[in-house]
Design a protein around this ligand. Structure first.
Ligand SMILES: Cc1cc2nc3c(=O)[nH]c(=O)nc-3n(C[C@H](O)[C@H](O)[C@H](O)COP(=O)(O)OP(=O)(O)OC[C@H]3O[C@@H](n4cnc5c(N)ncnc54)[C@H](O)[C@@H]3O)c2cc1C
Length: 467
């Protein structure tokens, strides 16, 4: 790799890096080098737990130019009636095919097992992790940081609590292999991974009363029925219109979430519990019904230490035993670094723009990079919109999406790209506008979206201004 020159050096071959490159080379005649320290393309999916599935349908995930799956509606199983969701293995195979396809264009070189170290004397310093050799890559146009939102996953994170040597803790990745060795389980974590672990246990015949769930916080989830593409886009747009209606009327955060829950837009496992966490994840009816069967829920804050006979938490302790398998689902998932301009001199820092649409956002940045000269204009079309952690992030996130979408509509080329991208969840909307459900949703949305933007921005400013 000595003396390598490239137009773009993309750091990270996950969904974001690959979706960006795919869109960029479709629109521009450029040379791109993609590096990733993992041994294969696909980002966090390379280390995902064995029973993971995409949380959202496959139909609008991945890169623009290659379909993932067949856009099929499942006829049976837990996802019956909704668009198919790829397994982890299918996602990994897909990103492998994407990498091959990109390299096949002759414009892209993908180097897995290569880590970006920083600035070198003659360019960006890249280490070949197999040989240990360092090389400088001269970048003619831009370095693309596609690891800004890098996911922290159970297989590779270090738990933030201590574990005694005679206590049993496994990362969720090892649950299937370890499950047969015990009949008693404690699942640690509040988010979607913990839900997946509980559902896997229940689906594999473990009785609910053999499962304890240590849930430091309770989380809001979306109903997956509101994230359906194609023929079911009406349900998706209904969900968005419910956001607009609640946003226009919510007097404060609790009232807002009360409205969203009452309309079916938001779900939670226990409606009687104080619920503050919101990471933009979704559940289906099967998952919700399953986890509601678990009654032994520990709400004493985060785990500090697991000993042979007790778990010490922030606000108390509970008994455990050497037979109990503790399952670590506490990795953060998407990181939440502070927002930065996406387009900077000599640099692109990929981040969320439209909420909860990682592949779409990275591809949009690739399109905008190819078609606009000025960074200020690129940033106007792609303002960063940080991923949520708590319910207080929802007003900012949703109102920013709506403001940004209006800007896209006033730029014909961007609007045309958005309308045709397979990564756009709403792509099928124009074909369905005559349906009564869609007409009702459109009317609700158009009535409320303007007031909702103003109201949600007010709620957000109340949060950010000192009291
Ligand atoms: C468990 C889980 C499930 C999810 N499911 C969905 C879903 O169903 N639908 C959806 O839309 N979103 C989902 N997401 C959200 C997520 O944004 C996307 O799935 C997406 O895969 C994230 O891709 P990324 O490329 O931004 O980050 P990552 O996948 O984390 O990729 C970043 C890459 O950068 C590499 N890297 C970091 N530093 C360096 C360095 N110095 N040198 C070289 N390489 C480096 C890392 O090795 C990594 O491979 C999920 C997230 C998680 C954690």
């Amino acid at each position: 790799m000595n003396g390598v020159k490239t137009d773009y050096l993309v750091i990270g071959a996950g969904a974001s890096g690959l979706a960006f490159v795919d869109a960029l080379i479709e629109e521009a005649d450029v040379e791109v080098t993609v590096i990733d320290r993992r041994p294969a393309p696909g980002g966090h999916w390379v280390d995902a737990y064995p029973f993971i599935r995409l949380h959202s349908p496959s139909a609008y995930y991945g890169v623009s130019s290659l379909a993932l799956g067949e856009d099929r509606i499942d006829e049976c199983g837990e996802n019956a009636g909704q668009y198919e969701r790829a397994t982890g293995e299918e996602v990994r195979a897909y990103f492998g095919a994407v990498a091959e396809r990109l390299e096949g264009t002759g414009k892209v070189r993908i180097l897995t097992g290569h880590e970006h170290i920083g600035r070198g004397q003659d360019g960006e310093r890249v280490r070949d992790l197999r040989s240990g050799e360092d090389r400088d890559v001269a970048v003619r146009r831009k370095v693309v940081d596609a690891r800004y939102l890098e996911a922290s996953v159970p297989a590779t994170h270090t738990p933030s609590f201590e574990v005694a040597s005679d206590a049993r803790l496994v990362p969720v990745n090892d649950l299937p292999a370890a499950a047969g060795t015990t009949s008693s389980f404690t699942v640690l974590g509040s988010g979607k991974t913990a839900v997946d672990a509980c559902v896997w246990l229940l689906d594999n015949g473990v009785e609910p009363d053999a499962i304890r769930w240590v849930r430091p916080r309770d989380a809001w989830f979306h109903d997956r029925g509101h994230f359906q593409p194609g023929e079911q886009v009406g349900a998706t747009f209904t969900g968005i219109s419910l956001d607009a209606e609640a946003g226009a009327h919510g007097s404060d955060l609790d009232d807002l979430f009360g409205r969203l829950e009452a309309s079916g837009r938001f779900l939670r496992v226990d409606p009687s519990a104080k619920t503050t966490m919101y990471r933009g994840t979704m559940l289906g009816a099967h998952e919700l019904a399953a986890v509601r069967r678990i009654e032994d829920v520990v709400r004493l804050g985060r785990v500090r230490r697991i000993e042979r006979d007790r778990i010490v938490l922030e606000a108390g302790e509970v008994e455990t035993s050497a037979d109990v398998l503790h399952v670590d689902c506490t990795a953060l998932g998407l990181r939440n670094p502070p927002p930065a301009p996406i387009f900077q001199p000599g640099r692109i820092v990929l981040q969320q723009v439209r909420h909860l649409s990682p592949s779409f956002n990275a591809a949009l940045a690739g399109f905008v990079e190819a078609h606009r000269e000025d960074d200020a204009e690129k940033n106007r079309l792609c303002p960063p919109n940080p991923h949520p952690i708590g319910m207080e992030d929802w007003p900012r996130m949703v109102s920013r999406t709506w403001r940004t979408e209006r800007r896209w509509l006033s730029e014909p080329d961007v609007a045309a790209w958005v309308a045709s991208s397979r990564l756009n969840l709403l792509r099928a909307l124009p074909e369905h506008v005559a349906e009564p459900e869609v007409r009702t949703a459109l009317e609700r949305y158009l009535t409320h979206v303007g007031p909702a933007i103003e109201r949600l921005e007010q709620l957000d400013s109340m949060r950010s201004s000192p009291s």
